[in-house]
Design a protein around this ligand. Structure first.
Ligand SMILES: [Ca+2]
Ligand SMILES: [Ca+2]
Length: 438
């Protein structure tokens, strides 16, 4: 029996040595992996939170700490440059201090900001080389002897226990993952450390969501805490450049998955900031608005066609937003504006180009639209009927219908006076007619 036990122990030690030599990931799915509560952390236990194995750390002071015990703290400080942390921080702590002790240097520290009072998991990538202390440790040592994470900041005078930090994973990385691109869209899946950020908008905040992903682990969530009073824009701090002439005659096709808790339509915007070779903004900066159509909280994919009308466009920057209609100027559309409690999730975006010139073979012939100008009803005559979409002149989809007969009467009584474009799509061909509403 003793021999059996000894064999088992040797196997366990061998297994542990093998994994600890290469393991730079601690996922807390079934084991603490050497991490535990340390200085003034009330407890750090394995807990399932949001379906994930986590280390639930109960904070009791301004420096509540978890530590990777010296026996297992063989993080290769020489090659590990980044700390990836996935946490749901329900405490008020708003910064993390990373301490990595080595034989040559003690308490090499770096401070990083985190969001407080989270309702969802957040992913952080901390560049440990931003401190000279870590780089000094890299120069002097190959492994750490102890690693500590201190959850700091914002500690109230009372109570003694203040919030739980659910640590889903701690990972040390030599490099952060390469950023993904879909043409001019950076981080189209919201899975990367860099990409689209909030640009403008009153009444709303943007965050990365780990709950509402359409694909992967994350999506972008826009939460309105007050009624919308302006366009809400997110902006990609990235410009894709193209060879001269490449974009001439092309249309950008942008697809975006959207999910909202609204039970009526909202307007989603895509805008392209276009520049010429000298980085000067070109005259045509396409913007298209589409209506959401899913009112039961599910995902839908919206498609935006953005003609690049300037011949000299050589750079594109991508914007995504929630449209706002000024009730004083566009009263009919103000019901589309977001109100407090509305949220929007965005995920899985893509951009491609199609050539818009030479599309004669795709033009639907024999379509007549009358009377034009019209009051309340427009007759749409065609051979086979088809799908009708009416757009405003700025590209907003204002009406859709299915022409179920070759002579279809379209009710346009809900449209304000003005100029529109009526598109009829049938058997893969398209007809566009300028329509005037009196
Ligand atoms: Ca985990
Ligand atoms: Ca995603």
């Amino acid at each position: 029996m003793k021999t059996q036990l000894l064999k088992k122990m040797i196997m366990v030690v061998a297994f542990f040595a093998m994994t600890s030599a290469s393991a730079q990931l601690f996922d807390f799915e079934s084991s603490k992996g050497g991490w535990d509560k340390e200085f003034q952390m009330a407890s750090a236990d394995l807990v399932i939170e949001g379906g994930r194995g986590t280390l639930a750390c109960v904070r009791t002071t301004n420096n509540s700490t978890i530590a990777l015990a010296p026996a297992t703290a063989t993080i290769n400080a020489k090659t590990m440059n980044f700390l990836k942390l996935v946490i749901k921080n329900t405490s008020k702590s708003n910064s993390i201090r990373v301490k990595a002790q080595t034989s040559a240097a003690t308490d090499n520290t770096a401070n990083f900001n985190i969001s407080a009072e989270d309702t969802e998991f957040q992913t952080y990538y901390f560049d440990l080389r931003t401190t000279t202390a870590w780089t000094a440790a890299q120069t002097a040592n190959s492994t750490t002897e102890e690693v500590k994470l201190l959850f700091r900041g914002n500690f109230p005078t009372a109570p003694a226990v203040e919030g739980i930090i659910y640590v889903d994973s701690i990972e040390f990385l030599a490099a952060i993952p390469a950023t993904q691109y879909s043409e001019f869209i950076q981080n189209p899946n919201f899975e990367d450390p860099t990409g689209i950020t909030q640009y403008s908008g009153n009444g709303a905040t943007r965050s990365i969501s780990s709950v509402g992903a359409q694909a992967g682990l994350q999506s972008m969530k826009v939460t309105f805490t007050a009624a919308q009073t302006s366009n809400f824009w997110n902006f990609s701090n990235y410009k894709k450049t193209y060879a001269p002439g490449f974009l001439t005659g092309k249309t950008a096709i942008v697809k975006v998955w959207v999910k909202t808790n609204r039970t009526t339509a909202a307007q989603i915007n895509v805008k392209l900031k276009t520049v010429d070779a000298s980085d000067a903004v070109t005259a045509n900066q396409p913007q298209v608005t589409q209506l959401t159509t899913n009112f039961t909280g599910g995902w839908e994919e919206l498609t935006f066609s953005l003609p690049l009308l300037d011949a000299n466009v050589e750079g594109i920057t991508f914007f995504l937003g929630v449209n706002w209609n000024d009730p004083a100027a566009i009263p009919d559309n103000s019901a589309y504006n977001a109100v407090a409690g509305n949220n929007f999730y965005f995920d899985t975006m893509s951009a491609t180009f199609s050539t818009t010139l030479g599309t004669a073979k795709n033009t639907l012939e024999g379509v007549s639209v009358y009377p034009n100008p019209a009051d309340d009803v427009v007759n749409v005559n065609s051979v086979n009927g088809g799908d009708i979409t009416v757009y405003s002149t700025v590209g907003t989809k204002v009406l859709t219908a299915k022409a179920t007969a070759s002579n279809y009467q379209l009710n346009v009584s809900g449209l304000s006076s003005g100029v529109y474009l009526l598109e009829l799509v049938s058997v893969g061909k398209t007809s566009v007619t300028k329509l005037v509403i009196k």
